[in-house]
Design a protein around this ligand. Structure first.
Ligand code: IPE
Ligand code: IPE
Ligand code: MG
Length: 251
């Protein structure tokens, strides 16, 4: 069988891939283990997929790791996840630097325990000079939180006379989102067989290609990523136009 990776057209890679890493809990339960066991194994998938994206030359990878709503999970799971996060970040910084990967974080950082906040800050600073893959971790993130926050800050700047409300465009709004430094994702992958967005990048995914797979996150590896990219490359992205117009533009 031909290597999946070799089938990928490297001239038509998505520049930004976003992933909802879902299914850790069920993966563990299916094995008769505790949910945290699943999260622990999910870290191996993160490593593998980050490496896979860096090897391909993908510009941006956003990983949904913890949502605003996930704070409502049982206390032991939330604490376990925070510890795993801090532990992983601490352990991976050297590898990130070795692979020229720059770490970013989006979400409501004020919600994080201070030890996690500090660890992330440090990792961001330590990788800030890197110029390869931009790894964006969505932590304590939700789109509705982000949009409300953006509207609040726009209102403050309008009140201060810094913005003329008549001149607000989509570009203004985009500047106030946590993703202002990143292009929109072109491909969004969700694992574990759930077909929903769960409050993830609602604005930014406006024209993303959506890819769903039954594979649980702890089983997701480079080959699964390549399959998603190949699927992406088989699609026609029309952005509201018709097929014939796109063909004309290609000439
Ligand atoms: C995704 O896996 C990881 C987080 C949300 C932190 P889940 O923990 O949601 O696993 P399932 O969906 O319950 O199987
Ligand atoms: C979405 O997964 C959030 C992350 C993967 C971090 P959830 O498991 O929290 O989403 P729902 O509850 O199934 O929609
Ligand atoms: Mg889930």
């Amino acid at each position: 069988m031909q290597d999946l990776k070799e089938k990928i057209d490297v001239s038509r890679l998505p520049n930004h891939i976003a992933i909802i890493m879902d299914g850790n809990g069920r993966w563990a339960k299916e094995k008769g283990e505790d949910r945290l066991f699943g999260h622990f194994h999910g870290v191996e998938s993160v490593r593998n997929i980050v490496e896979g994206c860096a090897e391909l030359g993908i510009g941006y990878l956003t990983l949904y790791a913890f949502s605003t709503e996930n704070w409502d999970r049982p206390e032991n799971e939330v604490n376990g996840l925070m510890e795993l996060l801090v532990d992983t970040v601490r352990r991976e910084v050297d590898t990130l630097n070795k692979n020229n990967i720059k770490l970013h974080v989006i979400g409501d950082m004020n919600m994080l325990p201070s030890y996690a906040f500090d660890e992330l800050q440090e990792a961001r600073e330590m990788t800030s000079h890197n110029t390869g893959l931009n790894l964006v971790m969505a932590l304590s993130y939700s789109s509705r939180w982000e949009l409300v926050n953006a509207v609040k800050n726009i209102a403050i700047d309008v009140q201060a006379g810094e913005i003329d409300p008549q001149k607000i465009t989509h570009k203004t709004l985009e500047k106030y989102l946590c993703t202002s430094d990143f292009p929109d994702p072109e491909l969004m992958i969700r694992t574990s067989g759930e077909y929903r967005i769960s409050n993830f990048l609602l604005y930014q995914l406006a024209y993303a290609e959506l890819y769903f797979t039954n594979t649980r996150w702890p089983d997701f590896r480079k080959d699964n990523l390549y399959e998603a990219i190949l699927d992406f490359q088989s699609r026609e992205r029309r952005f509201g136009k018709i097929s014939e117009q796109l063909q004309e533009e290609m000439k």
